[in-house]
Design a protein around this ligand. Structure first.
Ligand SMILES: [Zn+2]
Ligand SMILES: [Zn+2]
Length: 184
């Protein structure tokens, strides 16, 4: 494991959220409360969750800010992460709840969910920066995909996102191109 479990979970949630943005696929997959329930089912949060349209709008509103983390290098990320921690009034504390062993919550449980998601993502990126693994923060290499991902592979060799079967699709494309050239 490249990062500790809590960090990976938070990074997965951040990746999921950023990938709901309309990209090359043109679809915004976080618009309704129902869409949001899908996100929450895969990325559970504790504390107050209102599950209303205002909350969905607030969470939609932090996506572009999180997306910027994929446009910068390690140095650039420091400023972004520090801003997120400051704006979210992060105050880390150790907590243990449900089946989760000791881990960090840096916001109060009744802070707006969008703030908690932003700060949780920022805390995970703190780990990425501290462990000097920022080159694992990547955008999919497929020509027709701009989904983001974090490379958790041991040797850091992952090139495609997990959302659209991009690795297979690009392999098939390459194969077809080779065949076309052979028969040309
Ligand atoms: Zn927790
Ligand atoms: Zn992709």
């Amino acid at each position: 494991m490249v990062f500790i479990r809590d960090t990976e979970q938070s990074l997965k949630a951040a990746v999921h959220l950023v990938n709901t943005l309309p990209g090359f696929d043109g679809e915004d997959t976080l618009q309704t409360v129902e869409d949001f329930e899908t996100y929450l089912a895969m990325n559970p949060y504790t504390g107050t969750i209102r599950r209303d349209q205002a909350e969905v709008e607030a969470v939609r509103g932090i996506r572009a800010r999180l997306r910027r983390l994929w446009d910068v290098d390690r140095e650039g990320a420091v400023a972004l992460v520090n801003e997120m921690l400051r704006d979210g009034q992060a105050l880390p504390r150790l907590v243990s709840h449900d089946d989760y062993d000791w881990h960090i919550h840096a916001t109060s449980d009744d802070a707006p969910l969008a703030t908690r998601i932003l700060v949780e993502a920022a805390m995970a990126f703190v780990d990425v920066i501290r462990s000097d693994e920022y080159d694992r923060v990547r955008v999919c290499s497929a020509d027709d995909c701009d989904s983001v991902y974090i490379d958790y592979s041991r040797n850091g060799s992952k090139r495609y996102c997990d959302t659209g079967n991009c690795g297979n699709r690009m392999n098939v494309n390459a194969y077809r191109e080779r065949k076309a050239q052979e028969s040309a």
